[in-house]
Design a protein. Structure first.
Length: 194
């Protein structure tokens, strides 16, 4: 006899199943079954279909969740502004790199070459990218006098190098460490000593 689902609001059940599905998609990709999802959630398979109309709907919800900012904002906001610039940047790159690598891994598992257009171009995604840019500028802004370029250009290059240096295929399997990324950008875009 299948396990009996613990009582939960429909919204909470959908959220729990979305999280479980996302975890399983990181391992099994699109081949994850509703049976695996139900077992991981400790519910009967029919409960999955009471919460979601189809497996595709559930997988779409999981992909949407994967592209949400999650705890990235909080983690960036927790970077101590009193630390030296290089230390702040290494922490920042570490946070971004973890996010990028998790996203790249999921995309590879589910056969995506990039974020789905309906997610990437959505109003919320555009707002998130603007918020991220502001957060990155905030980490660096107090030390703008150490840079040879405007802060927004510096963080743009930092983010791009972190992105490329964190992607297994773009980096030809030779991922860049946060220290290497930061040192490269600081050396290239920091003010030169006279």
């Amino acid at each position: 006899m299948p396990p009996r689902a613990r009582p939960m609001s429909p919204e909470d059940r959908r959220s729990e199943l979305t999280d479980v599905t996302l975890r399983l998609m990181r391992v099994h990709g699109r081949d994850v079954t509703t049976r695996q999802i139900a077992e991981a959630a400790g519910i009967a398979e029919g409960t999955v279909f009471r919460a979601f109309g189809s497996k595709d709907e559930l997988m779409d919800a999981a992909l949407i969740r994967a592209f949400e900012p999650g705890d990235v904002v909080t983690r960036i906001e927790e970077i101590d502004p009193g630390l030296p610039l290089r230390e702040r940047l290494v922490l920042l790159v570490s946070i971004l790199q973890q996010r990028f690598r998790a996203t790249f891994g999921l995309m590879q598992k589910v056969g995506l070459m990039g974020p789905p257009a309906h997610l990437h171009d959505a109003e919320a995604a555009v707002a998130w990218r603007a918020r991220l840019a502001d957060l990155l500028v905030g980490v660096v802004a107090d030390d703008a006098d150490q840079l040879a370029v405007p802060v927004d250009e510096f963080v743009h290059v930092l983010r791009l190098l972190t992105f490329a240096g964190s992607h297994e295929h773009v980096a030809d399997g030779r991922l860049l460490t946060p220290d290497r990324i930061v040192d490269t950008v600081l050396h290239g875009l920091g003010k030169k000593e006279a």
